[in-house]
Design a binder for this molecule. Structure first.
Ligand code: ATP
Length: 470
């Protein structure tokens, strides 16, 4: 089967545009994009879009102008509009030129797409690019989630970048170009061993392929399998994250007992996914090595210690919680944090809190049938069962409660202030609410007006808070 036929089949499968829809082909002037343009031109009418060429003259190499005029000639040959953007020399940065050039390219493609009413930009990345990308990431030590190749489609706002040549090898593109007698510009930087990608392309991959010519398919399958596994585990990791982590503007809070009770492998996945989510917009990323260092530290260190991390980050341990934050934000002491660790408590259930303390919700009958110990506190309730499960959590901003013996509501924060509870300890205090969110109890501090008196009232349930500290 010839390349055009295979390409046509692949385009039908991709289903990325409709007949005559405006589509942009990014043409650098090199063989890959010249072949892509020719294949697009050769598509059967029913799936042929309305093609426009986009080219960026980077003014980076001696032949930049020749490339531009070759691309313009292609526009004339295929009778399609050709849009060229000039990235003037004076706008080039002193360093990071490759990334800057890429940003300029994709910025222009997007702008042009919006201007001509297109939602699709095609680039000529192919199978060899894919293999190089995967191997380079593997060698560089990328995170698991990044250890995948490029996808066929990548949405970027209203525009989607489509890579229709990904299933095809460079050697097939070259044969096609020869057979079709296409003209292209040779980029001399493609052969320089100065660039990592070129070293992989010219030396490393050919050596690996001598060991096993099926290297490419194996690598692609490996990343596909990895991607499937990650997708399967993602919902479970999200559940754990909700239970163990909370995201603040300036800090990531970790519930230590909950985290270190899980399997080691899970701890790493939960924490690295949490760090990634938290630092999304702030580039606070921590690599595999530091995730492991944090976990080891959480398991072994004393309750109130800190750990310096790269990127001006610090991990601060406060009893059963840890905060990872920028050093400049002394969040535990100065910023109002909202730790959203929540535990649910149903009737006849006991749950562990922190530092060996537990809480249980018992029916009055089973409460009376057991022997209470000295280190317990009790709250007597008449709550109907539909107000359970109860929630046990730390303070949220704006929490208010109706305090027993008082009229109206009072802010929990003010209660803490009245009781002279140090700010750093306030976030450790447990609060119990019913299922409608009404605060029933702040053990050792305040009982709500919803609690009852066992001497005068009819009791249905008893909350028991048991701690080693009494
Ligand atoms: N100067 C250019 N003008 C228009 N399109 C270009 C230009 N340079 C690259 N492209 C498009 O991008 C594709 C990939 O090019 P290349 O491999 O040089 O870029 P890369 O930097 O490795 O990849 P990426 O752009 O995805 O980061 C080309 O096949 C072509 O479709």
């Amino acid at each position: 089967m010839d390349l055009l036929q295979q390409f046509t089949g692949h385009i039908r499968m991709l289903d990325a545009w409709r007949q005559n829809e405006p589509v942009i082909v990014a043409v650098s002037g090199g063989v890959d994009s010249v072949v892509l343009l020719d294949l697009m031109h050769g598509l059967p009418d029913d799936i042929k879009p309305n093609i426009s060429i986009a080219h960026v003259n980077h003014h980076l190499r001696g032949i930049s102008d020749e490339e531009e005029s070759a691309v313009r000639t292609l526009g004339e040959r295929y009778a399609v509009p050709c849009y060229v953007h000039h990235w003037k020399k004076e706008d080039h940065p002193d360093s990071g030129i490759e990334k800057a050039a890429r940003d300029i390219r994709y910025g222009f493609f997007k702008e042009l797409a919006l201007q001509i009413g297109s939602r699709t930009v095609l680039t000529a990345h192919h199978k060899d690019d894919q293999i190089e990308t995967i191997l380079m990431k593997l060698v560089r030590g990328s995170a698991l989630e990044e250890l995948k190749g490029m996808s066929d489609k990548r949405a970027d706002g209203a525009v989607t970048v489509v890579r229709p040549l990904l299933p095809f090898k460079k050697s097939d593109l070259l044969s096609y170009a020869g057979y079709r007698q296409l003209q292209w510009e040779e980029d001399e930087s493609n052969t320089s061993e100065k660039y990592t990608r070129n070293r992989f392309r010219q030396s490393i991959i050919p050596l690996l392929k001598m060991e096993n010519p099926a290297l490419e398919d194996h690598l692609i399958r490996l990343t596909e399998d990895l991607d499937s596994l990650l997708r399967i585990s993602a919902p479970r990791i999200e559940e754990y994250k909700k239970e163990m982590l909370s995201f603040e503007e300036h800090a990531l809070c970790i519930s230590i007992p909950a985290l270190i009770q899980t399997d080691e492998a899970l701890q790493r996945r939960i924490l690295s996914s949490g760090v990634k989510e938290w630092s999304k917009s702030q580039a606070y990323m921590l690599g595999h090595k530091h995730i492991q260092i944090i976990i080891d530290w959480l398991k072994s260190s004393h309750p109130n210690t800190t750990l310096d991390l790269p990127g001006e980050l610090i991990a601060e341990r406060m009893y059963d919680r840890c905060m990872i934050r920028k050093k400049e934000y002394d969040s535990i002491h100065q910023v109002e944090t909202e730790v959203k660790i929540e535990k649910k408590l149903a009737v006849d259930q006991w749950i562990e809190l922190d530092n060996g303390s537990v809480m249980g919700l018992l029916t009055y009958e089973s409460f009376k049938a057991r022997k209470s110990s000295q280190n317990e506190r009790h709250l007597f309730l008449g709550i109907p069962p539909h107000n359970t499960p109860l929630t046990i959590r730390h303070r949220h901003k704006g929490d208010k409660m109706t305090v027993r013996g008082m009229t109206g509501t009072k802010k929990v924060k003010d209660i803490f202030i009245d009781q002279k509870i140090p700010r750093k300890d306030r976030e450790q205090i447990w609060i119990v609410t019913d299922s409608t969110g009404r605060i029933l109890w702040v053990p050792d501090i305040k009982e709500s007006a919803l609690s009852l008196d066992p001497i005068t009232d009819t009791i249905s349930y008893v909350l028991v808070y048991k701690t080693t500290e009494y």
